[in-house]
Design a protein around this ligand. Sequence first.
Ligand code: COA
Length: 258
Amino acid sequence: MSSCKEIVVTENAGILEISIRRPERKNALTHAMYTAINEAFEHAEATPSVRVVLITGTEDCFTSGNDMVDFLQSPPIGDDAPVMIFLGKLATFSKPLIAAVNGPAVGVGTTMLLHCDLVYLGESARLQMPFTSLGLCPEAGSSYLLPMLMGHQRAAELLMLGETIDARRACELGLANAVLADADYQAHARKQAARVVAQPAAAVRLTKQLMREPFMASLRGHMKTEGDAFGKRLVSPEAREAMQAFMEKRKPDFSKFD
Ligand code: COA
């Protein structure tokens, strides 16, 4: 049940599981993959028997974030780009969202966790938001949600320096609920999802809505501001140099830019 073979969607006992499977590119997300995830979200929202959505990657990799080739060749600019639609759906999704994450979770791989209700990490999880190093700026509401979650200075270290943090540090900073053995994190997330399914669905949805309502209007406004800024940065010479350098496996040279 997916329009794209790299996004595997299964539905079982109230849990809709979205699995990102493009291991040869470290599960980097293309426009087509975002579109398939968006369709899965729409289906989950519209189907009463779906009580919770669980998003995961392959066992040793969550996602390396946006596909760099897509970023270079067809930058997702504008509100109708699949990634922008994805971020909007993520922020407003009415049912519980659970993430099971291991290995690299880069860029949107980390920022999407800020919109999940429960996050479980394998001990090899490595989270990173290298936006500034790529000449970009934060996205997915992360410049709003991260300082709110952990304070300005801790958020600045992650966002300005693009520091990679391990699973335990991510948990200490409030980004996740628990760290599990690599062999157990997906099973644990599924067990927790089954526990959520067993709760009264309307009460769970109302709880989620009430927890997010106090900041939802400002979050949406800020995500629009961030999205517009991100779109401009994507076509900036610094970002293009950084992404080109990644693809060519060399260090970027920012010396010619002011
Ligand atoms: N977009 C497109 N291709 C990507 C990619 C991405 N985001 N991330 C990895 N790949 C590709 C690599 O180019 C490489 O291709 P190759 O086999 O043709 O050389 C392949 O996937 C494997 O990646 P590699 O870097 O060799 O794996 P690694 O285990 O050494 O490192 C990461 C994994 C995720 C830490 C590293 O690939 C990385 O930093 N990726 C970029 C993450 C990023 O900046 N995302 C955008 C955020 S906005």
